[in-house]
Design a protein. Structure first.
Length: 155
């Protein structure tokens, strides 16, 4: 499956010139916009010098901006720019379109079974995250049953 997706050149991920680390920074900023450099190094698991180089390149490409903290001028805050936000939306939308093309080929029974399996995976992931002591927002801990009622039992 992974190999098939790698050949899909319609995915916008292939048209952006971002390293995996740069993409990780953009994704983290989409959830923690205005985070300090030090907080971002902790989340990425890299040194401040490494992060500085990553952010320098993202600033040069117009994906992020740096600002001084209003209360402490020693702290630099990193923000996702409009270009960075638009790029993430484009990548996400491309992935959604690819998934939709595949899911449109499945019948209702198969989609129902898939919904049950995905719900179980989501519940297991939440349980695992909580077991690891991660602090999840309430919206991430609520697992909702699938919309469609499935008549096929999955063992």
């Amino acid at each position: 499956m992974r190999a098939l997706l790698a050949y899909d050149r319609t995915n916008p991920l292939f048209s952006v010139n971002l390293t995996m680390q740069q993409l990780k920074v953009l994704l983290l900023l989409s959830r923690h916009d205005g985070i300090s450099s030090q907080e971002l190094t902790r989340l990425l698991g890299v040194s401040l010098a490494t992060l500085s180089g990553i952010v320098d390149r993202l600033v040069a490409q117009g994906y992020v901006t740096r600002t001084e903290d209003q209360h402490d001028r020693r702290i630099r805050r990193i923000h996702l720019s409009a270009t960075g936000r638009a790029t993430l939306v484009e990548i996400s939308d491309g992935g959604t379109r690819a998934q939709r093309r595949v899911l449109d080929r499945l019948d209702d029974d198969t989609l129902g079974m898939l919904a049950v399996v995905l719900e179980r995976i989501a519940a297991a992931a939440v349980e695992d995250a909580l077991d690891q002591g991660l602090q999840l927002p309430p919206s991430e801990t609520e697992v909702h049953p699938p919309e469609a009622v499935v008549h096929t039992e999955i063992g």
